[in-house]
Design a protein around this ligand. Structure first.
Ligand SMILES: [Zn+2]
Length: 211
């Protein structure tokens, strides 16, 4: 597995290109904006996108989806519990940033907690981690956790947007803290970390473990 990332859009969303080098295929996670930059990065990497995966439906994680689907003719996989949220421009905050006409999403795959989404040689295990949004998920692939806006290095996602739920976030943090083993943590914004580092030093995760 080879992972590239780009920081896209005005608030710096981490978009990940996860490539199965052996098969020459890749998944793109959270293409939030800057479609042409993402397309250039994918093509430079020499992998062919099979699927776009979303951790959640906020506007800053989905802004380049339609352009990438049109360019690569790949599939779109989203959390089932996030579909209504994703397709509501008021809840996903697109209307609040003046995003213009909203084009609905028609995913090929709806995944749920416990599912495994296979993309070429890669297996993404789904953990439903609501709190930031109702359907937010973390995606685990080998020893890497794509944590979306649920877990950040030293912090956690906001719960004060529409659909946010601080109590659900505490339960999700507990779920992440209880995972066995260590993971690289690649969040939706900001720097990278590891789950062990976050268990030790992130007040949201450390507090959750003893709650
Ligand atoms: Zn978000």
């Amino acid at each position: 597995m080879d992972i590239k990332y780009l920081r896209v859009g005005q608030i710096g969303t981490n978009c990940y290109i996860v490539c199965d080098k052996a098969g020459g295929k890749c998944a793109v996670i959270d293409p939030g904006a800057d479609a042409q930059r993402i397309i250039a990065a994918v093509e430079e990497n020499g992998c062919v996108p099979q699927m776009i995966l979303l951790t959640h439906g906020h506007y800053d994680h989905i802004g380049a989806v339609h352009e990438l689907l049109a360019h690569f003719h790949c599939k779109l996989a989203v959390p089932k519990m996030e579909l209504d949220f994703l397709n509501n421009p008021h809840r996903n905050l697109q209307s609040s940033v003046g995003g213009g006409n909203f084009e609905p999403f028609r995913p090929d795959i709806l995944f749920e907690d416990g599912d495994t989404v296979e993309v070429a040689g890669l297996k993404f295990h789904v953990l439903h981690t609501p709190g930031h949004t109702p359907g937010s998920c973390c995606l685990l692939c080998e020893d890497v956790m794509f944590s979306g806006d649920t877990l950040f290095a030293g912090s956690a996602g906001r719960t004060d947007f529409p659909g946010g739920d601080p109590a659900a976030m505490r339960v999700s943090m507990k779920k992440l803290a209880a995972l066995s083993g260590n993971f690289q943590v690649l969040p939706g914004h900001g720097g990278f970390s590891t789950l062990d580092e976050e268990r030790a030093n992130n007040p949201f995760l450390a507090g959750a473990a003893d709650a």
